[in-house]
Design a binder for this molecule. Structure first.
Ligand SMILES: [Zn+2]
Length: 165
């Protein structure tokens, strides 16, 4: 499962965070979204944004121009993704980059209504004996726990078991 851990770190540290830092959003008063599909509307609840194919109904997290299911192009509609879903699979990460608190649970979640994404499952004991797949989870938003060189903080999404709400 080492590759998942690596992917996770690369995804946050290089791809998304890097892209955000390179935009003009560097100067901001509030936290910035850790990834473009985290939406932080002013005066409203944060949510995840996705795209839905108007030809076949396939749902994707984030931006998508072509449907990988039916290959339709320019048929994508922007949608608000569900704030709940089910745990598809997970791995407990024991080794990560310096400064990252371990162990943590890296999870893949199928959102209700479509869309699958990876993120950290929090408020659960990182013990494989105590985590079962297919449990209902909800999407929560919190500080990503780190700042960039300009002092910006980032809001990330996490999953937590629905029962602990
Ligand atoms: Zn489609």
């Amino acid at each position: 499962m080492y590759w998942i851990e690596r992917l996770s770190a690369i995804q946050y540290d290089t791809k998304y965070l890097g892209v955000i830092i390179m935009t003009d959003q560097a100067v901001s008063t509030g936290p910035l979204p850790i990834v473009p599909f985290v939406k932080l509307p002013e005066g409203a609840e944060p949510y995840l944004e996705g795209h839905k194919c108007q030809s076949c109904g396939a749902v994707y997290v984030g931006e998508r121009n072509t449907c990988s299911k039916c290959f339709a192009t320019d048929k994508m509609e922007v949608i608000k993704l569900a704030g709940t879903g089910r745990l598809y699979t997970y791995t407990v990460v024991y080794r990560s980059f310096p400064g990252t608190k371990v162990p943590f649970v890296s999870a893949v979640v199928d959102l209700d209504g479509g869309g699958t994404l990876k993120g950290n499952l929090i408020n659960i004991e990182p013990d494989p004996e105590k985590i079962t797949t297919d449990i209902p989870v909800k999407v929560v938003f919190a500080d990503a726990g780190r700042q960039d060189a300009q002092g910006n903080s980032y809001t990330s999404y996490f999953f937590e078991p629905l029962e602990s709400a």
